[in-house]
Design a binder for this molecule. Structure first.
Ligand code: FMN
Ligand code: EPS
Length: 327
């Protein structure tokens, strides 16, 4: 199983949604970097479950316990390991899923791959809960990058196709026991020109790899993205000019990346998040043991929309990818 990210750094994420704990080991942080733990906790809270009526009611403190690698708020230069105990699991909610996979979730694919050994409780290792350790690592990288003048900010662009009043779309879906997805936009500023490699290690490649580590992410587009396929070159090209000896472009359809390499303009990308698979509406599924078609109504506690809680996850994934790239 590959839950390890990075070339120059290594970020290893471990745990399952209902295991004793989840966590992360970060290898490659230099010694002597101060980490603001309060700021990190503020970041963790943006993702944490049970904080809003639009989120899963599962209540978790999501306060990382640092086991090693950081002393008195300062990195030691050795691997940093942090864990979060899973406190509010309700595994009986998943009794039906042992034999019947939820449409849209990883249950069936994980059953094929891991058989009876698969920990299906709460989605196991495939759960959105594993984005908590991603946010520990990403929150740390984001702090370090900020000191170097690089900022990473994501926001909700639309939910359920609604950009004016995105949460109205969530309210509507909730009334029906249904769910909605949406689009998140991320902007990176302060990244100098010249970062990235041609072909397979371009900025688009590495950002996409990290962002696809977030469950429920189904698409990513850079700059003008898919829309560029519908316009002319004269419209899509971003014309250059000198701005006080600095090369800039008048528009930013290229989203700050040309040939996989940063241009010095803000890096802009958008992420498509699918609707939460676990919904209260009855759907068709199968019984593995009886080899029969059955009906399934998913109970338990679920996000009616993943998008709001995925916003800091996108920032975390981007921070991890960038940090690895510029070391
Ligand atoms: C922050 C976050 C919260 C999530 N919450 C839920 C949830 O409450 N219920 C659910 O069925 N899926 C939830 N998901 C999505 C599933 O984990 C995901 O759809 C599933 O693992 C299958 O992976 P895939 O959608 O990438 O194919 C969440 C994902 C994230 C990132
Ligand atoms: C706990 C979190 O979200 C969980 C993500 C999730 C899933 O299938 O992804 C399913 C639910 O798990 P459970 O049934 O155990 O409550 C969510 O609550 C979290 O993100 O921290």
């Amino acid at each position: 199983m590959s839950s390890i990210y990075g070339d120059k750094i290594k970020v290893a994420i471990f745990g399952e949604s209902h295991s004793e704990a989840i966590g992360v080991t970060i290898d490659g942080l230099p010694a002597g970097i101060s980490i603001d733990m309060e700021e990190l906790q503020v970041f963790m809270e943006r993702r944490a479950p049970g904080r809003s009526k639009y989120a899963t009611p599962r209540k978790e403190a999501d306060r990382p316990e640092f086991l090693c690698g950081i002393r008195d708020g300062m990195t030691c230069g050795t691997p940093v390991t942090a864990m979060i105990r899973n406190e509010n699991t309700r595994s009986a909610d998943y009794d039906d899923m042992k034999d019947t996979p939820r449409p849209g979730h990883a249950d069936y694919a994980a059953h094929v791959k891991y058989g009876d050994a698969n920990d299906y409780r709460g989605g196991g290792h495939f759960s959105g809960r594993l984005t908590a350790p991603l946010c520990i690592a990403g929150g740390i990288f984001k702090q370090i990058l900020a000191k170097e003048g690089i900022t990473i900010d994501a926001r909700i662009l639309e939910i359920g196709g609604n950009s004016n009043d995105p949460f109205a779309a969530v309210d509507e879906a909730m009334k029906d026991g249904d769910s909605v997805g949406g689009i998140i936009e991320c902007v990176i500023t302060g990244l100098p020109a010249g970062i990235g490699e041609p072909m397979f290690d371009g900025l688009e490649n590495v950002l996409a790899k990290a962002v696809f580590g977030i469950p429920a992410v189904k698409g990513i587009e850079f700059g003008r993205g898919f829309d560029a396929a519908r316009i002319r070159g004269s419209e899509n090209n971003d014309e250059f000019y000198y701005d006080d000896h600095k090369v800039r472009t008048r528009t930013n359809n290229h989203g700050g990346i040309l040939g996989g390499i940063s241009s010095g303009m803000p890096v802009v990308f958008r992420v498509a998040v699918k609707p939460t698979p676990s919904i209260a509406i009855e759907q068709s599924s199968i019984s593995y043991s009886r080899e029969e078609n059955v009906k399934l109504k998913v109970g338990g506690r679920h996000d009616p929309c993943i998008v709001p809680r995925a916003v800091p996850c996108v920032e975390a994934a981007a921070a991890m990818a960038l940090y690895d790239m510029i070391r």
